[in-house]
Write a protein that binds this ligand. Structure first.
Ligand SMILES: NC(=O)C1=CN([C@@H]2O[C@H](COP(=O)(O)OP(=O)(O)OC[C@H]3O[C@@H](n4cnc5c(N)ncnc54)[C@H](OP(=O)(O)O)[C@@H]3O)[C@@H](O)[C@H]2O)C=CC1
Ligand SMILES: Cc1cn([C@H]2C[C@H](O)[C@@H](COP(=O)(O)OP(=O)(O)O[C@H]3O[C@@H](C)C(=O)[C@@H](O)[C@H]3O)O2)c(=O)[nH]c1=O
Length: 285
C-alpha cells in the first residue's frame, strides 16, 4: 500500500487529507478538477493507466444541496456517474477504493440512529445522486473497498455551516436556525484521519458501507449556538422550525449515523463533536 490518488482534493476533505498527509508513509497524488475531471471516463482510465496507484480516495462531489435541485444532470454526473467510472477503473487496475457518501441518503423519518443496513430513501436530488453513486460502486464488484457515509462536514478549508455561522455571527445581532433537524457534525480532519488509518486495513471480498461522524447528537440550532459561544460572538441564535426556513431541497429531520460497525471493525476512537469543533475553531481568526 504505497501510492494513493486523492481526487477532488481541493475540497474540505481533500484539503484535510493533504494537511495530515505527512503523518503517513504513503505517497500521495492529489488532483483537483483541473488535473482530473472525474466525470470524464476516458481521462479517468488513462490517468489510472499511466500511474501505478494502489488506492484511490474519492473526495470529489457536487455538494451544493439546494442548487442540485435544479442542476440535476451535473449533480448526477459528479455524484453518480463519476464514482462508477472510478470504481470500474479501480476494479480493472486492482486498486483499493474509498468513496464518501452522506446521511442525506436517508429520509430522516426514523428517530433512531441509522445503521449501514437501514434502507435509504433520499428526499433531495443531492441525496438521490449520492445514493446512485453508492449503488454503482457496490455493483462494480470491487474488493478491499469502502463507502463511508458521513454527515454535516466542516473544516477551516472550503465552505460549510461553521464558516457561514462565523460570518453571520460577526455581521448580525441575531439569526434564526432550524431546531427540528437533528444529526451529528463531523470535523473533516477526523474523517480524513479515519480514512487514512483504515485504508491499509481494508480487506473484504466486496465493498463495505461504513458510517462515520463525530460522537453525539445535536440540531443545527445547537451547532450554531456552540459556534457562537466558543467564538464569543454576540449574536442571538433563535430556534425555528424548518417550515420557517424554506429551502429548495428537503433535508432529513433526523440523520444520526450509527458508527458501531466502523468502531468494531477498525477499533477507531471517535471524538465528541464539541471537542472537535473547539479544535477546529482554535484555528480560525
Ligand atoms: N460537506 C458536507 O457537509 C458533507 C459531505 N459529504 C461527502 O463528503 C465528501 C467530501 O465532501 P467535501 O469535502 O465537503 O466537499 P467539497 O464540496 O468541499 O469538495 C468537493 C470537491 O470536489 C471537486 N469536484 C467537483 N466536481 C469535480 C469533478 N468533476 N472532478 C474532480 N473534482 C470535482 C470540487 O471542485 P470545485 O470546487 O472546483 O468544483 C471540490 O473541490 C463528498 O463525497 C460529499 O458528498 C457527506 C456528508 C456531509
Ligand atoms: C445558514 C442557515 C441555515 N439554516 C438551516 C438550513 C438547513 O436546514 C441547515 C443546514 O444548512 P446548510 O444548507 O448550510 O447545510 P447543508 O448544505 O444542508 O449541509 C449538508 O451538506 C451536504 C453536502 C451533506 O452531505 C449533509 O451531511 C449536510 O452537511 O440549517 C438555518 O436554519 N439558518 C441559517 O442561517
Amino acid at each position: 500500500m504505497n501510492k494513493i490518488l486523492v481526487t477532488g482534493s481541493n475540497g474540505q476533505l481533500g484539503s484535510e487529507i493533504k494537511y495530515i498527509a505527512s503523518n503517513y508513509s504513503f505517497e500521495f497524488v492529489f488532483t483537483g478538477a483541473a488535473e482530473l475531471d472525474i466525470t470524464d471516463r476516458s481521462a479517468v482510465w488513462s490517468f489510472f493507466q499511466s500511474n501505478q496507484f494502489d488506492a484511490v480516495i474519492n473526495c470529489a462531489a457536487y455538494t451544493a444541496v439546494d442548487r442540485a435541485e435544479t442542476e440535476v444532470e451535473r449533480a448526477d454526473s459528479v455524484n453518480h456517474l463519476a464514482p462508477r467510472y472510478l470504481a470500474e477503473a479501480a476494479k480493472e487496475f486492482n486498486l483499493k477504493f474509498v468513496h464518501v457518501s452522506t446521511d442525506y441518503v436517508f429520509d430522516g423519518e426514523t428517530f433512531r440512529p441509522y445503521s449501514e443496513d437501514s434502507i435509504p430513501n433520499p428526499k433531495s436530488v443531492y441525496g438521490l445522486t449520492k445514493l446512485k453513486g453508492e449503488e454503482a460502486i457496490l455493483q462494480s464488484g470491487l474488493t478491499n473497498s469502502a463507502v463511508i457515509r458521513t454527515s454535516w462536514v466542516y473544516s477551516t478549508f472550503g465552505n460549510n455551516f461553521v464558516k457561514t455561522m462565523l460570518r453571520l455571527g460577526a455581521e448580525r445581532p441575531e439569526i434564526n436556525v432550524v431546531v427540528d433537524q437533528v444529526g451529528t457534525p463531523t470535523y473533516a480532519r477526523d474523517l480524513a484521519t479515519c480514512i487514512l488509518d483504515i485504508l491499509p486495513k481494508l480487506s473484504n471480498s466486496k465493498t463495505e458501507i461504513y458510517h462515520f461522524s463525530n460522537e453525539g447528537v445535536c440540531s443545527w440550532y445547537d451547532f450554531a449556538k456552540a459556534i457562537m459561544e466558543m467564538k464569543d460572538l454576540v449574536c442571538k441564535v433563535n430556534p425555528i422550525p424548518s417550515i420557517q426556513y424554506p429551502t429548495p431541497a428537503k433535508r432529513p429531520f433526523y440523520s444520526v449515523l450509527d458508527k458501531a460497525k466502523i468502531k468494531s471493525d477498525f477499533n477507531v476512537e471517535i471524538a465528541y463533536w464539541r471537542d472537535s469543533l473547539a479544535q477546529c475553531l482554535r484555528q480560525t481568526s
